[in-house]
Ligand binder design. Structure first.
Ligand code: EPU
Length: 301
């Protein structure tokens, strides 16, 4: 979608930069997605005005964080994407609190906190993506979730059209799900973390990295696990038991390392990936009577 020149000029005045014809295949870890204009939100405080302008001009938009858990449709997209600049995001530590910009890399944040002898997030080290995305999805791995560490979140609240600060206790963090609205935009978080010596944290990080490396296809294009685990079960184990590792639709393939990772082995389209997801969902439904729910967020045209 093209942002008209006069709107782009107004956005510029609000500290938001328009980038033309951005390929979302280059912005997402799956390497799939069409093109559209991107609006870089350089000034947090003007976000409410930017949102009002887009609403007035009837320009549909979606917010893109780290792009590691999203499957985007192909071709020209009927919406623009909003993005926070991710170069040199703010991170600071005060006592046991870490104040981190949502655009920061999650792994980088774990390491930064570790260097200040703050632990508790070791399990999250290999989870790709931004802090904002981790908040929205309540990212978790190896027994750690980000939710319990959250004390405050500053965000653009779509319902009020304002920037607000929520207390951690007012947000519900469930398995890969939170009470944030789809169109809320995470801006900053205050995390409360336990003190732990750097060396001990590093040892924990090493264990998690090794576990992850041993069973996940880290060097291939994926969105991490494609389905949520059903209560008490493992999507990966079921798909594996059905001997679907290596199953392909076009260049979309069930990973031969971890069956809940679907990888783009070449030039997979969104349609290929969706077809593969449907095939696998159907096989699991027939064999186990379980309906797998997407973990990946799908942006269809
Ligand atoms: N398994 C298989 N075959 C496979 C994959 C897994 O038999 O191809 C078996 C494993 O041997 C193990 C069980 O299934 O006995 C569980 O596997 P794993 O430990 O890999 O955990 P998972 O339930 O598949 C979850 C998260 C991952 C997270 C890991 C580690 C979900 C959907 N997945 O995977 O998160 O990294 O635990 O904590 O909750 C993600 O959310 O994107 C993600 C990758």
């Amino acid at each position: 979608m093209h942002v008209p020149e006069k709107v782009a000029a107004r956005l510029q005045e609000l500290g938001a930069e328009v980038r033309r014809g951005v390929s979302l295949a280059e912005r997402t870890s799956l390497g799939i997605g069409g093109t559209t204009d991107e609006i870089l939100l350089r000034r947090h405080e003007s976000i409410p005005q930017v949102m009002r302008l887009l609403a007035d001009e009837k320009i549909p938009h979606k917010f893109l964080g780290g792009g590691t858990n999203v499957l985007v449709d192909d071709d020209e997209l009927p919406f623009v994407v909003l993005h926070l600049p991710s170069t040199s995001p703010g991170m600071r530590v005060e006592g046991n609190s870490a104040y981190v910009d949502a655009a920061a890399d999650l792994g980088g944040t774990v390491t930064f906190c570790a260097k200040h002898d703050l632990g508790g997030m070791e399990g999250l080290i290999g989870v790709p993506g931004s802090v904002g995305g981790a908040l929205r999805m309540n990212a978790g791995a190896y027994g750690t979730q980000i939710g319990p560490h959250v004390r405050e979140v500053e965000l653009y609240r779509a319902a009020s059209g304002e920037i607000e600060t929520l207390r951690g206790s007012d947000i519900s963090f469930d398995y890969r799900h939170t009470s944030f609205a789809t169109d809320d935009v995470m801006l900053r978080v205050k995390l409360q973390l336990p003190s732990k010596p750097y060396k001990e944290i590093l040892a924990g990080i090493k264990v998690c990295n090794e576990k992850r490396r041993s069973c996940q296809p880290l060097n291939q294009k994926s969105a991490g696990c494609i389905f949520k685990n059903p209560p008490g079960g493992s999507a990966g184990r079921m798909i594996d038991e059905l001997a679907l590792k290596g199953h392909r639709v076009g260049d979309a393939m069930v990973s031969d390392r971890h069956a809940n990772f679907f990888v783009n082995v070449g030039h997979a389209t969104c349609a290929d990936m969706l077809q593969l997801m449907d095939d696998v969902r159907e096989r699991v439904r027939t064999a186990y009577g379980i309906e797998l729910e997407n973990e990946v967020i799908v942006w269809r045209n």
